[in-house]
Design a protein around this ligand. Structure first.
Ligand code: HEB
Length: 751
């Protein structure tokens, strides 16, 4: 050993991104980073670039042709099983879409997140790094005209077509982002595929310390045997859904069926869709577990720089082709793994299944007493016995799944049709309204899960009509607060993840929205009636030119009129922009069960929180702000303005820090930051606080955590100060109106 102290002489140079950070010192600090994602500066494309326009210039047929050719263009660096990449690309697309959760609408295929951590490194996504690299030449060729997010789904869809399954179409329109999404709650565990921490027993709510919170509406006090934490759609970190070997690696098909049902329901799929997808997916390709996982290197995010973003290098023999190790399972389901067939069900029912282990030591099932009828992926002289995963056998063990599986076995056409429809839903579920779909392969059929809204069939109101209607709204007998809170209730159902909800459709008057606690049904009930009265009067007198206004528009217009009046009452004149063109959905166009998931457990903007949540209100507030795609400043100005406007749930006074409630003022900020007031929690729950006058010791205000966070959180306080400054009043009103207008139009995604 050299006696010279090389190590000691090495100089350490501190760099900007290294060192201990706030998140290390105060891990539970409320983080606003999710409100600052996808800043225009992070986008390498021209600021005027509009993806939908670029896509319209794409020669979709040419891309499809190239994809068809790619399927059989086997590359030495990652040879295709059975000479066809179809199975790999179907799995890639399914894993891209399969991160969607209906509970909060986050996850899914729409941003191309599979390129980034954690998804690019999830144990369940092994080898999909190779799939995306195989696609790169096509991505490169068509450039900005097709996003990764679209290309990944299109590749899976063309893979199906190329293997003989007739799909029902494809829509483009998924715009790429350039950074990992920080907002998705993937779970709280610290280990990949670590224990069963996602299941809890009878607890009431969940906080994760990541600034994203979730509430458990299973909180019925009942002790659930196996109660998967909301909103997770996977039973373990790193899995798209469920453990293929069975719950926690225990090869029990029936128990596994329970996990499948729970997780697929989270993805908005019913039993029939679930059976069709699993069986249809596993009609193709194979599982890879040639040898023990000890041969497999680090995942992409942890691999050496020389790996250039690839991971899981495999030291077993050639490390690819017949030696590939992906899941560690080694199964081929059908006799024709590159051709659609009914083999999956035929095998499932015609064989009895025996538990065995893959060469890598994982539990899997093999057909008893079967001939070796299954081809080998590389050696034409080799044959294998049919195999199944525990999760596949579950489709026969579970009573409900079994019924569907048998029907599909006996009716292959029903199976193919159900698969094609479920595949389209799976891969388009998170894109929002159909109007956003791009391309020439869009199915003409309208699906209920698309939350359809009628097309405009009337002439829109003009400026004169708008000011007439505003007057009528203000004279309708409804209070300013009612007008504003109804508009807010309607528009704020929007969620950015899957672009569902919003003011369009006026679904606030329909089940289930009209019965939501947050909308205070007892009070809401007559507001739409009054508004409808105004609408009917207008529409019945405008017949000649077919000029009409929808209730959805009237609701938003009422909010605008209310805010203008509230500003006027405070001595300021503002115009709240209004653009007509919304239409009204019917009850039949509204899938009650699926809208149930949009119900807010909290709306800090109205100081509402469902009782019994074990999550601090400020976390729920930031979560909601993220759903509304608001920045931290927009969040702040909206809360301050709405408090002054007195639109709290059920008229509670918390946070209405003004002596003139109902006027649009910056009083909330002035009084919140006033040093003459001292705040103290009421009781131990730390839900409600009282503000004492330091001199008289009298209680002058009350507030919740969703109010006081704007004084206690250093970054939010800094924003609040801007709106409380002596010259901040005008600025406040302008910003409030802008942010309000943004929320009212969140669902108008197509220009
Ligand atoms: Fe699947 C494969 C699992 C569902 C499609 N999968 C596979 C595998 C596994 C699994 C483990 C193997 C991998 C490797 O490579 O190794 N899955 C699973 C589970 C589930 C599923 C657990 C739930 C239950 N899949 C599914 C679906 C689909 C699919 C839904 C679609 C639709 N997968 C698939 C495919 C494949 C698989 C295609 C093959 C791949 C290749 O070939 O590469």
């Amino acid at each position: 050993k050299c006696p010279f102290p090389h190590e000691a002489l090495k100089q350490s140079v501190p760099t900007a991104s290294s060192g201990t950070k706030n998140k290390d010192w105060w891990p539970d600090q409320l983080k606003l980073n999710i409100l600052r994602q996808n800043h225009p500066g992070s986008n390498p494309r021209d600021e005027n670039f509009i993806y939908s326009q670029a896509f319209k210039t794409l020669d979709l047929e040419a891309v499809k042709k190239d994809l068809h050719e790619l399927m059989t263009d086997s590359q030495d660096w990652w040879p295709a099983d059975f000479g066809h990449y179809g199975g790999l690309f179907v799995r890639m697309a399914w894993h891209s879409a399969g991160t969607y959760r209906i509970t909060d609408g986050r996850g899914g295929a729409a941003q191309g997140q599979q390129r980034f951590a954690p998804l690019n490194s999830w144990p369940d996504n092994v080898s999909l790094d190779k799939a995306r690299r195989l696609l790169w030449p096509i991505k490169q060729k068509y450039g900005r005209k097709i996003s990764w997010a679209d290309l990944i789904i299109l590749a899976g869809t063309i893979a199906l077509e190329s293997m003989g399954l007739k799909t029902i179409g494809f829509a483009g329109g998924r715009q790429d982002v350039w950074e990992a999404d920080e907002a998705v709650y993937w779970g709280a565990e610290k280990n990949w595929l670590g224990g069963d921490v996602r299941y809890k027993h009878g607890s009431k709510g969940v906080s994760n310390g990541h600034g994203v919170l979730v509430a458990d509406d299973n909180a019925d006090g009942h002790i659930h045997e196996r109660d998967l934490q909301k909103p997770l759609a996977a039973v373990q970190m790193g899995l798209i859904y469920v453990n293929p070997e069975g719950p926690d690696g225990n090869p029990d098909p029936l128990a596994s069926a329970k996990d499948i049902r729970e997780t697929f329901t989270r993805m908005a799929l019913n039993d029939e869709e679930t059976v069709a997808l699993i069986a249809g997916g596993h009609s193709f390709g194979k599982a890879h577990g040639a040898a023990s996982a000890k041969h497999v290197g680090k995942e992409p995010e942890a691999a050496g720089m020389e790996s250039q973003g690839l991971g899981w290098s495999n030291s077993f023999e050639s490390g690819k082709g017949p030696h590939a190790i992906t899941s560690g399972l080694e199964v081929t389901w059908t006799k024709t793994p590159t051709q659609w067939s009914n083999d999956f069900f035929e095998h499932l029912f015609e064989y009895e299944w025996e538990l065995t282990k893959s060469p890598a030591g994982a539990f899997q099932w093999v057909a008893k007493n079967s001939e070796n009828v299954i081809p080998d992926a590389f050696d034409q002289n080799k044959k294998h016995a049919p195999g199944m995963l525990t999760t596949d056998v579950a489709l026969r063990s579970d009573l409900e799944y079994e019924k569907i599986s048998r029907r599909f076995y006996q009716n292959p056409d029903q199976f193919a049709k159900a698969f094609a429809r479920a595949w389209f839903k799976l891969t388009h579920r998170d894109m929002g309204p159909r109007e956003r779909y791009l391309g020439t392969d869009i199915p003409t059929e309208e699906f209920i899960w698309q939350d359809p809204i009628p097309k405009i069939d009337h002439v829109l109101v003009d400026d004169q009509d708008i000011s007439d209607l505003k007057l009528q709204l203000l004279n309708s007998g409804l209070t300013i607060s009612q007008l504003i809170s109804t508009a807010w209730a309607s528009a704020s159902t929007f969620r950015g993840g899957d672009k569902r909800g919003g003011a369009n459709g006026a679904r606030i008057r329909l089940a289930p929205l009209k019965d939501w606690e947050v909308n205070n049904p007892a009070q809401l009930i007559h507001v739409p009636n009054v508004l409808e009265g105004i609408q009917n009067k207008f529409n019945s007198t405008q017949k000649a030119d077919n000029k009409k206004i929808s209730l959805a528009d009237i609701i938003v217009l009422g909010g605008a009129a209310g805010i203008e009046q509230a500003a006027d009452n405070a001595g300021l004149s503002v115009i709240v922009p209004f653009r007509a063109g919304r239409t009204d959905a019917s009850q039949e166009q509204t899938d009650i069960e699926s809208f149930h998931y949009l119900e807010p457990v909290a709306d800090g903007f109205r100081n509402y929180q469902r009782a019994g949540l074990d999550v601090p209100s400020e976390y729920l507030l930031v979560d909601k702000a993220h759903q509304l795609t608001l920045s931290a400043a927009e969040l702040t100005v909206l809360v301050g303005g709405l408090r002054a406007l007195n639109v709290n749930y059920n008229g509670v006074k918390h946070g209405v820090l003004t002596s003139r409630p109902g006027q649009l003022t910056n009083d909330f900020f002035i009084n919140l930051l006033d040093m003459a007031v001292q705040w103290k929690p009421v009781g131990d729950s730390k839900l409600v606080y009282e503000g004492y006058d330091r001199i008289t010791n009298e209680v002058i205000w009350t507030a919740t955590r969703a109010d006081l966070i704007f004084g206690s959180h250093a970054e939010l306080r800094a924003i609040a100060e801007v709106y409380a400054e002596s010259d901040g009043k005008e600025h406040f009103i302008q910003d409030f109106v802008e942010a309000w207008n943004k929320v009212m139009n969140l669902d108008r995604l197509v220009e």
